[in-house]
Design a protein around this ligand. Structure first.
Ligand SMILES: C[S@@+](CC[C@H](N)C(=O)[O-])C[C@H]1O[C@@H](n2cnc3c(N)ncnc32)[C@H](O)[C@@H]1O
Length: 226
């Protein structure tokens, strides 16, 4: 059987170490300045999560300094749980300082490249969100597996909102690490998601929205494309 050359492609090395406290803080200080669209992406994610039913549970993957969590928790007091999952202790420390006062917030140190990561977060979620973190699997060939795992962590009808980098050039590094919006849609559909769409793009970012099939859909949850 022919093999896909992507299967043998090496992972792309990190250009920075976000487990290092100094580098983690430098990333946090510069992130919104480098990509101003991030502010609007967070606003769209908050608007979507505000429509979840009372006592809904949300998982954020690669939550970093907690910028998104801070917005969500301030505007969605009806959420029962918001789990911030990250591989970097310094990032989790920054997020604890930002949102530790919210009873709904819980913090999980873990690596979504590891085989058992999904078992380390308890139960199913009504929504999974992620911002500028999916490419941290370090090669796009790993993304379909990650999306299958996320799919299985959602309740029927559950929402996945994913914003990640798109390639800024056609270099080998950029195209191995980052996915175009079209590649994202294909990977999401391949993992079994439905109602897959790009909501917003710009600043070398694309925000995609989709759902696990089944369940009762909350009325009016489709976001107008920006
Ligand atoms: C570019 S930062 C984005 C942070 C945050 N989502 C934001 O947009 O403000 C990527 C985050 O993913 C985390 N990360 C990297 N590799 C990871 C992995 N394998 N598992 C879990 N988190 C990871 C990093 O520690 C970092 O906090």
């Amino acid at each position: 059987m022919p093999t896909d050359p992507l299967d043998a492609a090496p992972d792309v090395p990190c250009s920075e170490d976000l487990r290092d406290p100094v580098q983690a803080k430098a990333w946090a200080d510069a992130a919104d300045r480098r990509r101003p669209l991030r502010v609007r992406v967070r606003a769209v994610v908050v608007a979507q999560l505000a429509r979840l039913p009372r006592a809904a549970r949300v998982l954020e993957l690669g939550s970093g300094p907690g910028f998104l969590a801070e917005r969500v928790l301030a505007h969605c007091p009806h959420l029962a749980g918001y789990t911030l999952f990250d591989v970097s202790e310094p990032m989790l420390q920054m997020s604890r300082a930002r949102v530790g006062r919210y009873a709904a917030a819980t913090f999980a140190l873990g690596d979504f490249r590891s085989e058992g990561w999904a078992g380390s977060v308890q139960g199913l979620f009504d929504a999974v969100v992620s911002m500028q973190a999916v490419h941290e699997v370090r090669h796009k060939r790993r993304v379909p597996r990650l999306y299958s795992q996320i799919h299985d962590l959602l309740t029927p009808g559950g929402l996945f909102l994913m914003c990640d980098r798109t390639p800024e050039d056609d270099s080998a590094r950029s195209t191995a690490l980052f996915m175009t919006a079209a590649e994202q849609l294909q990977a999401l559909r391949g993992a079994g998601f439905v109602d897959v769409r790009v909501v917003m793009s710009g600043d070398a970012l694309a925000l995609c929205e989709c759902r696990r099939s089944g369940g009762r859909r909350t009325r009016g949850t489709s976001t107008p494309a920006a």
